[in-house]
Design a protein around this ligand. Sequence first.
Ligand SMILES: C/C=C/C(=O)SCCNC(=O)CCNC(=O)[C@H](O)C(C)(C)COP(=O)(O)OP(=O)(O)OC[C@H]1O[C@@H](n2cnc3c(N)ncnc32)[C@H](O)[C@@H]1OP(=O)(O)O
Length: 245
Amino acid sequence: MSTIQVQDEQGVRIITINRPEKRNALSLEMYTSLTEYLIQGESDNAIHAFLIKGQADCFTSGNDVTDFLTNSNLDAEHPAFRFLFSLLDLTKPIVAAVTGAAVGIGTTLLLHCDLVYAAPSAKFQLPFINLALVPEAGASLLLPQLVGLQKASELLLLGESFNAETAKSLNIINEQISDDMIFEYSLSKAIKLAGQPPQALQATRALLRPNKELVRAQMEMELKEFEIRLKSDEAKMRFQAFLKK
Ligand SMILES: C/C=C/C(=O)SCCNC(=O)CCNC(=O)[C@H](O)C(C)(C)COP(=O)(O)OP(=O)(O)OC[C@H]1O[C@@H](n2cnc3c(N)ncnc32)[C@H](O)[C@@H]1OP(=O)(O)O
């Protein structure tokens, strides 16, 4: 079974992260597949929106920590960062359905989505500091803009997990939807987006994101710092401690 599954339905490209035995940790190959499915969907005239989801009990536990240890050379062509830059450059809207763990990039990717729904089982976390890393995906710019500097500092400097109710109060998600209904509900919203006039939809989306180039510049700065941190002894110790657990 593929670790990234794709299915097109009524103008929506549904992308499912599927590596349950590792809590949907994203390997380099998985990032590459995600990017390819996004880029293909972007150029496919039959696709008008994306839906990203995991399994009922896990969205994604973020980057595969093993890859942090074995692959510490980063540039914009690194699969994780290619994925993030491809998210930034999408012109078609993205819906996310969050169930269970949404850790690291599992939370930061949501900052690039247009509609985010989360179930009561959702557990968000930005644990970069706990791993001796720094944020990515432009989160160091997008998060303070969304939730305010004090709250963003709390989430990024303490690295504690938070639930869907908190995520809703911070506007990180649109709505909390029951675990039973979340995939159906999120798909119905994605289908609704896909039925909107496509050019106006994309133009509206672009207007809602006037600081795209600023976000890109921030992502480039984060990438440089992330690479330095990734190679540090303090980070390597944290990765090894997690994997030994
Ligand atoms: C550029 C991007 C940056 C980032 O995304 S930074 C964030 C990196 N991610 C993390 O630090 C999260 C690490 N994972 C966790 O904290 C926990 O897991 C969860 C809270 C997500 C789930 O906890 P529980 O339900 O108790 O599961 P379990 O026993 O910890 O994990 C089950 C198996 O999955 C492997 N695993 C989980 N997450 C990752 C990961 N991110 N990278 C590699 N492996 C992972 C474990 O090791 C274990 O494996 P085995 O069964 O073989 O012992």
